[in-house]
Structures are given as structure tokens and as C-alpha cells.
Design a protein around this ligand. Structure first.
Ligand code: FES
Length: 293
């Protein structure tokens, strides 16, 4: 029963088109800051191989949860310090969250907008709680902390929906199955240097190009948000995503520049009987999670 109610609530948020206008305004406001080339690489978690936001979330939630415990024990000094620590650590957490959110669309954007709204209200409540505690109004400070925790909980629930139901932050090829046997792909003459060519590996779209060392093949679906990579460009030895400009090294598919944090899935290629053949390079097919095209 509770599960059904929760699903009803999240699907209502996903369809809440009235959120589009304020979300677009916020996106226009934050994009020039969070998408700055010098910062988005780190904010998106490119150096650590997955989004940074889920890692940073632990700091404010940990501080504020602990503050709750110290409030219950009557240690106002410790609670006050932890409330302040939560506020300080919430700022980079919010920054990385806005960075991730700025690359979403549609239902993800709406849910993310509400997630950010809950957390901003929570942050405001904790700032007010800290001020109240500093002024000696402990009772009010505790009440505001409880309000903040309610906001964080609502925001966390929506954040979970973003990650686990809508897959924001997940490598878009995580569940993509493909052939581990050599499979016919294309005429090798169709693959030329300096161009990205789309191909089909038994239902799985690939992108190909020719390097001095030979032809290389990667998943055509950008690991970040799923852009068709064959519509991108080649620059400085990297293929550039057509949607958000992530750069993937053409030699091995690694991320040279975010916002993507996961590399492009690599495929092995060979020429046999005058035809280009490909197969999956890694052993992802051995995973036990669901697979599909
Ligand atoms: S879809 Fe975002 S960088 Fe490719």
C-alpha cells in the first residue's frame, strides 16, 4: 500500500509540467556557473569515475543526523557545531547536485527540481536553526533542525528516485547486452579517418572511426546521458559528445573531459573475409543483472 502511494507521488511529480517553467528559470541561472569548463569536470565526478554528488551527500546528512542525536542527549554545543558543519558541507553538495541536474531533461528535470527545492528549504531551516542556537533560543533551534531533517528526508527520497528509478548518474550502457562472439558489422571501406560512423552490432548501436593504428569501435550511446555519439565530432584525438561536449579518448574510450564520468564501452574489431567484425571487449555479459538492447 505504502509502495503504491509512493509510486503515485513520484509519477505525479514526473508528470508535473507546471514545474517546467521554474525549473527552466533555475537551469538558466545556474548553468553558466555549474557548467563552466574548468569546474564541471570535477563537479560531475569525472576524476573519481562516478558522480561526486552522492559521495558528498553523506557529509551534511551525517552532521545533521548526529546533531539530532546530541539534541536528544541535551548537548547543545555539539549539536550547534554539527548543524553549522552540515550547513558548510551542504554548499559543495548542492553545487555538484545542480551540476548533475543541469544535464537532465523532462521528468528527471522535474523530479530533480523538487529534490533541490526540498533540500534548499532544509538548508534554510538549518541556517535558521544555527542562528537561533547562537542567540540562545535552543528550543526554536531544535524545532528548526527537525523541520530541516524533514526536508532532507523528502529530498533524499526524491534523490533516490532520480538515481534508482530514473537512472540519473548511471552509465547509460550499464545494462546493455551485446555480442561476445565475432559478429559482422560493416564494410571496412566505409570507416574513414576523421569521421564518426554509426554501425549496428546485432541490434546494439556502435560508433566507429579509423585511427593510424586501425579501426576502433565504441558504444554509440554516450555513457553520460545517452547521446548518439556518431553525431558528435572528433577533436584532438577525442570524440566529442554532441549534447554536452564530453571528450572520450579515441585510443581507449576513457573520459578526457567531463561531464561524463564513465568511459565509453569498448568493442574489439577485426577484418575477416573483407568484412569488419566486432565483439564486446569486456566481460560485462557475465554480470547477473538484467540485460537488453
Ligand atoms: S550525453 Fe552528456 S556528455 Fe554525452
Amino acid at each position: 500500500m505504502l509502495n503504491k502511494l509512493m509510486d503515485l507521488a513520484t509519477s505525479s511529480v514526473e508528470k508535473a509540467s507546471f514545474l517546467d517553467a521554474p525549473a527552466a528559470k533555475l537551469a538558466a541561472l545556474v548553468a553558466p556557473v555549474v557548467q563552466r569548463p574548468a569546474l564541471r569536470h570535477v563537479a560531475s565526478g569525472t576524476p573519481i569515475g562516478h558522480p561526486l554528488h552522492p559521495l558528498l551527500v553523506a557529509f551534511p546528512i551525517g552532521a545533521w543526523s548526529s546533531a539530532l542525536a546530541f539534541d536528544a542527549l541535551g548537548d547543545d554545543d555539539a549539536a550547534s557545531t554539527l548543524v553549522a558543519l552540515g550547513v558548510v558541507t551542504a554548499l559543495p553538495t548542492m553545487y555538484t547536485g545542480l551540476s548533475d541536474w543541469s544535464y537532465t531533461e523532462g521528468a528527471e528535470k522535474r523530479v530533480g527540481f523538487l529534490h533541490a527545492t526540498f533540500n534548499t528549504l532544509a538548508l534554510s531551516a538549518y541556517v535558521a536553526s544555527w542562528v537561533a542556537r547562537r542567540r540562545g533560543r535552543r528550543g526554536l533551534g531544535v524545532l528548526l533542525s527537525l523541520a530541516g531533517m524533514a526536508g532532507v528526508s523528502g529530498g533524499g527520497w526524491l534523490g533516490g528516485h532520480l538515481a534508482y528509478a530514473l537512472g540519473v548518474g548511471v552509465d547509460t550502457t550499464a545494462f546493455q547486452h551485446s555480442e561476445s562472439e565475432w559478429t559482422d558489422l560493416a564494410d571496412p571501406a566505409e570507416v574513414v579517418a576523421g569521421e564518426l560512423t554509426g554501425a549496428d552490432l546485432d541490434g546494439v548501436p556502435l560508433v566507429l572511426t579509423r585511427l593510424p593504428e586501425g579501426i576502433v569501435a565504441y558504444a554509440d550511446r554516450c555513457s553520460h546521458r545517452g547521446a548518439p555519439m556518431h553525431e558528435g565530432t572528433i577533436r584532438d584525438g577525442c570524440m566529442i559528445c554532441p549534447w554536452h561536449d564530453s571528450a572520450f579518448d579515441l585510443r581507449d574510450g576513457s573520459v578526457a573531459e567531463g561531464p561524463a564520468s564513465r568511459p565509453q564501452t569498448t568493442f574489439e574489431v577485426r577484418v575477416a573475409d573483407g568484412r569488419l567484425q566486432a565483439r564486446r571487449l569486456d566481460e560485462r555479459s557475465l554480470r547477473t543483472n538484467p540485460v537488453g538492447r
